[in-house]
Design a binder for this molecule. Structure first.
Ligand code: LLP
Length: 459
C-alpha cells in the first residue's frame, strides 16, 4: 500500500502495529467506544512535512510552510507540525486560539475567512497574526479594530483571480462565482484606502483556488498572478509587500491503494494520471520565485495529513435484499466520521484488516449464495446512521468478512475527523497515533455524558 501502511500475510499494519491487535488492545483500554477509531502514522506525517521542507529549502527566497488547521486540528498533530517548523493557517478565532495554545509563534500565524467576527479580528490584531482580507467590508472592520487597539495590523489581500481549478464545485474557491476573495477590479479601491490608513499595512497578496488540485501548472499561474500584483503595487509605493501566499489545495491520490492491490472498485487505473507531489508543486514555481525577492507562504492541509490516517471500523454484519441485487457490509463507522463520500461523492479506498479465514464466525453470505468463507462479492459499505447517504464506499469487491472483523477506510487524515458530527447522538471516536511499534491515544472518545451536558447545563 505504502511505506507505512502494508499487508503482511493478509493482515493490515500501520508501521509496526497490526491493526487487528490494536483493535483488541483498544477494547481493553477504552470501554466506552473502542471502535471506530482514527489511526494516524507519525512516520507518514513526518515524511509529508519533510517533502515540503526539502523542496522549499531549494528555493532561493524564503518560505513559510503553513498547515491548514481545519484539515485536522488534533492537538498532538499540531504539536508535531509546530516542532517540525510549520506555522498554522487558521479560518476561525477558535483555530487561532488553538494554534496559540499549541505554541505556534503568533506573528507567523495566518487568519483567513470570509466572515470574520469582531472578536476574531481583535484576537488576530492583538497577537500580531497575518490577516488575509476577504472583502472591503472585512478591511473596514480590521481597520476600525486596529485603530481602537492602536495596533498596526499586517494584512494580505485575498484576490479572486477567476481561475477554475477544475475540482468539485463545493471545494473550488477562486472562480468569480465563489464567495471568497476580492475581484481584481475591486483590489485597487481597497489598496488606495489602505495607503491612507496608519493602522493597516499591506504585506502581500493571497490566492487560494480550491482543494484536490491535481495540476501544478495552476499553482504556477497563481504565483505569476501574485507576483504581477506585487510589482504593480510596489510601483504605486507599497514598500512593505513581502509575501506571496499561493494557498493550499494540492490533491492526494485517493486511488493509490486501489491501484496497488487487485482492484476492488471501478476505478480505471489506465486512465489515471499521477498526482503531483509537494516537491513537484514547489519545483513548478521555483524559477519565477527565485527571480523575485518575495517570501512564499504555503497553506497545505490535505497533502500534509490526508494520507496519514485510516478509520478502523468493525464489521457489524452483511445484509442482502431479496428484491435488489445490492449487498451491504454494515460497519460501526459512518458518515459522522467520514463525510466525504456522502458530501462530495469522494472515493476512499476500503480494505479488510485480516484475511478471510475461519477464526471468527462469518457473516451469512448474501442472497443465499453458497459462498465459502473466501468468497468475494461486490458490496456497498455502509454505516449504522439513519440516513441513506450514509455510505463509505459503493461497489467494492471485498471478501465476505467475518462478523466483528476489522475494515478500514483509507486516507482519512484530512477533512474527516474535523468534519465529523454527532448526528444520531453518535460520539466522536478516539484518535490514535502510531509511532513505530508504539501507539498512543491522542484524542479521547466522546462519551454520552459529553453529549448530554450542554442540555443539562442550561440555566
Ligand atoms: N487555505 C485556505 C484559505 C483554504 O480554504 C483551504 C481549504 C486550505 C488552505 C487548505 O487546502 P488543502 O491543502 O487542504 O486542499 N472539506 C473539503 C475540503 C475543503 C477545503 C477548504 N479549504 C474536502 O473534504 O475535500
Amino acid at each position: 500500500f505504502s511505506k507505512y501502511i502494508y499487508k503482511n500475510q493478509g493482515y493490515l499494519f500501520i508501521e509496526d502495529i497490526q491493526l487487528k491487535t490494536l483493535q483488541t488492545e483498544l477494547e481493553a483500554k477504552i470501554q466506552a467506544l473502542p471502535s471506530p477509531v482514527f489511526v494516524y502514522s507519525k512516520a507518514q506525517l513526518c515524511d509529508n512535512v519533510n517533502e515540503y521542507k526539502n523542496a522549499a529549502d531549494e528555493l532561493e527566497s524564503k518560505s513559510m510552510l503553513g498547515y491548514a488547521i481545519k484539515a485536522n486540528p488534533n492537538y498532538k498533530i499540531l504539536t508535531l507540525l509546530k516542532e517540525m517548523g510549520c506555522t498554522g493557517i487558521c479560518v476561525s478565532g477558535n483555530e487561532l486560539k488553538l494554534a496559540i495554545k499549541v505554541g505556534f509563534e503568533p506573528t507567523k500565524l495566518v487568519l483567513n475567512g470570509n466572515g470574520k467576527n469582531l472578536w476574531e479580528i481583535e484576537l488576530a490584531v492583538k497577537v500580531g497574526a497575518l490577516i488575509n482580507i476577504d472583502s472591503e467590508d472585512d478591511y473596514t472592520r480590521i481597520s476600525q479594530i486596529s485603530g481602537v487597539l492602536k495596533l498596526k495590523s499586517r494584512v494580505l489581500l485575498r484576490v479572486n483571480p477567476d481561475i477554475d481549478p477544475q475540482v468539485h464545485p463545493y471545494i473550488a474557491t477562486g472562480t468569480k462565482e465563489s464567495k471568497f476573495g476580492i475581484d481584481e477590479s475591486s483590489v485597487q479601491c481597497i489598496m488606495t484606502k489602505i495607503q491612507q490608513d496608519v493602522f493597516v499595512e499591506v504585506v502581500g497578496f493571497h490566492i487560494h483556488l480550491g482543494s484536490t488540485i491535481d495540476n501544478v501548472t495552476i499553482f504556477r499561474d497563481v504565483a505569476e498572478y501574485l507576483l504581477k500584483m506585487c510589482k504593480n503595487y510596489k510601483e504605486q509605493g507599497f514598500k512593505n509587500l513581502q509575501y506571496i501566499n499561493i494557498g493550499g489545495g494540492l490533491g492526494i491520490d485517493y486511488t493509490k491503494h486501489a491501484q496497488q492491490t487487485k482492484p476492488n472498485n471501478n476505478i480505471n487505473v489506465e486512465e489515471k494520471q499521477e498526482m503531483p507531489s509537494p516537491s513537484d508543486l514547489i519545483k513548478s514555481i521555483k524559477d519565477i520565485l527565485d527571480s523575485s525577492k518575495y517570501t512564499l507562504i504555503l497553506e497545505p492541509g490535505r497533502s500534509m495529513v490526508g494520507n496519514t490516517g485510516l478509520l478502523l471500523t468493525k464489521v457489524i454484519g452483511v445484509k442482502k435484499s431479496n428484491t435488489c441485487r445490492k449487498k451491504f457490509i454494515v460497519v460501526d463507522g459512518s458518515m459522522t466520521e467520514v463525510m466525504r463520500p456522502c458530501l462530495y461523492s469522494a472515493y476512499h479506498h476500503i480494505e479488510l484488516t485480516e484475511p478471510p479465514h475461519s477464526e471468527s464466525p462469518h457473516c451469512e453470505p448474501p442472497n443465499g449464495d453458497t459462498l465459502g468463507e473466501h468468497t468475494e462479492d461486490v458490496y456497498y459499505v455502509v454505516g449504522p446512521v439513519c440516513e441513506s447517504a450514509d455510505f463509505l464506499g459503493k461497489d467494492r469487491r471485498l471478501a465476505t468478512p467475518a462478523k466483528g472483523s476489522g475494515l478500514v477506510v483509507f486516507d482519512v487524515g484530512a477533512y474527516c475527523s474535523s468534519m465529523g458530527s454527532n448526528y444520531n447522538m453518535r460520539c466522536r471516536p478516539a484518535e490514535v497515533l502510531i509511532d513505530g511499534a508504539a501507539w498512543s491515544i491522542i484524542r479521547s472518545p466522546e462519551t454520552f455524558d459529553d453529549l448530554l451536558r450542554p442540555y443539562l447545563d442550561v440555566k
